[in-house]
Write a protein that binds this ligand. Structure first.
Ligand code: FAD
Length: 404
């Protein structure tokens, strides 16, 4: 059937590296591509290149479970993730590319009085920050997710939780491809199969990058390479407080519609949604050993699957179709790093850990601002690397029990 479509035009140009650019972005994931798009669109920077060692969206952006939300605890985080959510809400129109955003709502389910208190605290924080979020009881939670295990012998009986209606999912590939197409149309060079092997620095200033396709000059360089960013930053002598772990995702065989929300279970850490195709897409916590392997280990798989079955015993009948992992970049406070680092002209967008898909539009918006102006946007300032030296952590791991 596809033979009839020979006349299709590529969505983005296959660019070859030029000797120099106004700005280079390392990493063709969602954050790198969004940065390039906003650099061209918001700031009119004419000569921008995205350098990707594989294919665009082949990193975590194409491997994640696509949950989007802004139910965080600290005002700094809410400002960041709600900017992303607002941009996501208009993104299909802005890019003229259907990212399949489905704001089906998300429930963070609680199973103990203590978890309910945490949920109440998160809901209150969201409302104080002007973001939609409400505390709901067991009855409403079970109405929204009727298949939840509610038998007398259920180990984790749902007591209620935090509900965010504007949360949901979007098609991850479409986000990468949509930004790539729109950036390319604005003149951005997207260069795939191009690995950055070194950072070029002269007299304390960044002057470009070395790649397996030769050196490319630029006075502004942004690193948006997720789990590979610490290695890249070390080329400039910067030691980032980031550990890289595998995070796995799982997909079941497709079944008829039965779950029309995103659900995260605080008791097990497992979360799940159903794709438009009917597959259950689910995941859980990190593999606990730092690694750059994109595979994942069996004990973590067992923990995630057993968590799913605690919630939905009926799912035991389903077959697991696929499993994979991405390499995520985790900071001590589970918040990202956005800002300048080391030599003049070098900027970071990393440390998104398990939750950076939902942040892609904001991460790109803010790194573009830094690259274009040299200074912080007010939303990115709290996420500067210097917060670790100043002790001004934004500890979402403790604040919102962060999970994707
Ligand atoms: P990536 O998409 O990883 O892009 C970085 C790119 O840099 C890669 O393509 C890589 O090839 C490239 N690169 C690396 N080194 C070099 C080099 N030397 N030269 C050139 N290029 C290089 N987030 C959510 O919000 N919701 C979720 O539900 C969610 N679920 C997840 C589930 C899983 C299994 C995983 C792995 C992650 C999940 N995340 C989720 C996290 C989210 O996917 C990431 O935080 C986000 O995609 C990071 O985007 P990025 O553009 O920074 O990185």
């Amino acid at each position: 059937g596809l033979r009839g479509h020979r006349g299709w035009t590529p969505a983005w140009r296959k660019a070859t590296p030029q000797p120099g650019y106004d700005a280079i972005i390392v990493g063709g994931g969602g954050h790198g591509l969004a940065t390039a798009y906003y650099l061209a669109k918001n700031h009119g920077v004419p000569r921008v290149a995205v350098l990707e060692k594989g294919w665009i969206g082949g990193g975590n952006t194409g491997r994640n479970t696509t949950a989007i939300r802004s139910n965080y605890f600290y005002p700094e985080s809410v400002a960041l993730y709600d900017l992303a959510l607002r941009l996501y809400e208009g993104l299909s129109q802005a890019l003229n590319y259907n990212i399949m955003l489905s704001q089906r709502g998300m429930l963070i389910a609680a199973h103990t009085p203590t978890q309910m208190e945490i949920c109440a605290r998160i809901a209150n924080a969201m409302q104080l920050n002007g973001v939609d979020g409400e505390l709901i009881g067991a009855e409403e939670a079970l109405q929204r997710v009727p298949l939840l295990n509610r038998t007398a012998d259920a180990r984790y009986n749902c007591m209620g939780g935090v509900w965010q209606q504007r949360a949901g999912i979007a098609r991850h590939d479409a986000v990468a491809w949509g930004y790539a197409r729109a950036a390319s149309a604005l003149g951005v060079d997207i260069i795939e199969n191009c690995t950055v092997t070194d950072l070029l620095i002269e007299s304390g200033k960044i002057t470009g990058v070395e790649t397996d396709k030769g050196s490319i000059r630029a006075e502004r360089v942004g690193l948006a390479a997720a789990g590979a960013t610490p290695g890249l930053a070390s080329m400039a002598g910067i030691r980032l407080p980031i550990h890289t772990y595998a995070l796995q995702a799982f997909v079941s065989e497709p079944v008829k519609p039965m779950l029309d929300t995103v659900l995260l279970y605080l008791g097990t850490g497992t979360y799940v949604s159903q794709s438009d195709k009917g597959e259950l897409v689910f995941g859980g916590g990190l593999d606990r050993v730092p690694t750059h392997g994109q595979r994942g280990n069996l004990p973590a798989q067992e923990a995630v699957v057993s968590g799913l079955l605690e919630m939905f015993p009926a799912f035991a009948q389903l077959k697991l179709l696929r499993q994979w992992a991405g390499v995520v970049d985790v900071t001590p406070d589970s918040s990202p790093v956005i800002g300048p680092a080391g030599p003049e002209g070098l900027f970071l967008n990393c440390g998104w850990g398990t939750g950076g898909f939902k942040a892609i539009p904001a991460g790109g918006w803010l790194l573009a601002h830094l690259l274009a102006t040299g200074g912080h946007h007010e939303i990115s300032r709290p996420f500067d690397l210097d917060r670790f030296a100043r002790g001004r952590l934004i500890d979402e791991a403790a604040g919102s029990g962060i999970a994707h």
